[in-house]
Design a protein. Structure first.
Ligand code: ARG
Length: 458
């Protein structure tokens, strides 16, 4: 038999394969609450503008709440023949309230309906991402504040570069997640225009009030072009690209935690609550949460790529291709929120091993730049010459199997006769980090100033 929603011109129902490729109810039922909120706003507006009667609108609005509670209580029978959440809800509404249900779809199409539902869903996820990022940033600030002056090695090429502080390293991620937060807020503000009332693509001849439905659904204004309103999936693409960039940040941090928690580094100890054991090696404590966070960028960026490819080349206005937007966004959103929460939990619970950090901070000739700077500042050497002299001293220390501060003054003077005792003051890692007082540098005072600035923001 033909479809009860659109089957007027059809003599036969769809092939089973047609139904299987066409139906979205298996996933878009996640938008039930948004669909019902949109329909309730639409019905109230239709009554306010005199398109339907108050009593019909009343029946529709109450009936929709009944349907919503059936869905929330798991009593609702979803039907693949009814394709999607929109038609499933409307068909059930008809069973619950009868004839007035047929008036709900006046001046509306599934095209503006699905765009509205999906926007409402994505908007909630932007809000969830904002909360998740704020919580993660607060956890990082607590780590940074506690360890503002704990020294550790800073790396380039994963080779010892210059000493930094634990707080400084944590604050680097605060900056990254802070930009993610700002992207979330920007995108949310940009997407908050209502598609409802764009109808199929051209608008409607009914005297609808799009301002009224926009306000009822918390949108800032109605979208200004009906063709664009039903075709726009920028908001989903911005969600996915914002999620992708954030997932890259999460992945880089996760990678550091994996390295830092190894027996070779011992920079951090992850809590038991965020670690797992091995079924064969009794000594193991594995950073699985960090590894999974590191991996999530794969599927999140995959979703971003997938939807970009779905949207490219689609002529205006709606095409069924766009139904493929939801699974990508749902999966990316679920995994983004999970990754944020897992990272927040790990950061809150982890212990920085201050002694290991300090021991590592001094190895690998990490204060060589401080020595070269001293040669410039005190002896007046050109930096290139100072670099060369320091390089020779590093080679000497390496051949003696010691660190720079362990070289004797005679050793030093054999490379450059004017070096004095005073040089040793700059060879400690504490002196090194304390001297990096330039704005945004690693000196503990600078780190504390940034912690303070961020605390006022989040
Ligand atoms: N299930 C559809 C989707 O997710 C709803 C819109 C259908 N519109 C249409 N003209 N067939 O995109």
């Amino acid at each position: 038999s033909s479809n009860q929603m659109w089957g007027g011109r059809f003599a036969a129902g769809p092939d089973a394969i047609m139904e299987a490729i066409n139906a979205s109810i298996g996933f878009d039922q996640r938008m039930a609450a948004q669909d019902i909120a949109g329909s309730r706003a639409h019905a109230a507006m239709l009554a306010a503008t005199g398109v339907i009667t108050d009593s019909d609108a009343q029946a529709i609005r109450e009936g929709l709440l009944t349907v919503l509670s059936e869905i929330q209580n798991g009593e609702f029978q979803f039907s693949t023949a009814l394709e999607d959440i929109h038609m499933n809800v409307e068909a059930r509404l008809k069973e619950v309230i009868g004839e007035p249900a047929g008036r709900l779809h006046t001046g509306r199409s599934r095209n503006d309906q699905v765009a509205t539902d999906f926007k409402l869903w994505v908007r909630d996820q932007f809000d969830a991402a904002e909360s998740g990022l704020l919580a993660l940033i607060r956890a990082l600030l607590a780590q940074a504040e506690a360890g503002a002056d704990w020294v550790m090695p800073g790396f380039t090429h994963l080779q010892t570069a210059q000493p930094v502080t634990w707080g400084h390293h944590m604050m680097a991620y605060v900056e990254m997640f802070g930009r993610d937060l700002s992207r979330v807020r920007d995108a949310r503000a940009r997407m908050n225009e209502s598609p409802l009332g764009a109808a199929a693509l051209a608008g409607t001849s009914f005297p609808i009030d799009r301002q009224m439905t926009a306000e009822a659904l918390g949108f800032d204004r109605p979208a200004a072009n009906s063709l664009d309103a039903v075709s726009d999936r920028d908001f989903a693409l911005e969600f996915l690209s914002t999620a992708s960039i954030c997932a890259v940040h999460l992945s880089r941090f996760a990678e550091e935690l994996v390295i830092w928690s190894s027996a070779q580094f011992r920079f951090v100890t992850l809590s038991d609550r965020f670690s797992t054991g091995s079924s064969i090696m009794p000594q193991k404590k594995n950073p699985d949460a960090a590894e999974l966070i590191r991996a999530k960028v794969g599927r999140i960026y995959g979703a971003n790529t997938a939807l970009m490819m779905v949207m490219k080349g689609l002529p205006l206005a709606y095409s069924k291709d766009m139904q493929e937007d939801k699974e990508q966004v749902f999966d990316a959103a679920d995994n983004w929120m999970l990754a944020l929460a897992a990272m927040e939990g790990m950061v809150k619970d982890m212990t920085a091993n201050r002694e290991s950090l300090a021991a590592a901070a001094g190895s690998g000739f990490s204060t060589a730049t401080d020595l070269a700077d001293w040669l410039v500042r005190v002896l007046g050497l050109p930096f290139r010459d100072a670099h060369h002299v320091t390089g020779s001293l590093v080679a000497m220390a390496e051949s003696k199997g010691c660190d720079l501060p362990d070289l004797t003054l005679e050793d030093m003077q054999s490379v450059h006769a004017d070096i004095t005792d005073n040089v040793y003051s700059v060879l400690t890692v504490e002196n090194s980090v304390n001297s990096r007082q330039s704005y945004g540098g690693t000196a503990p005072d600078q780190v504390r100033a940034q912690v303070k600035r961020w605390k006022a923001l989040v």
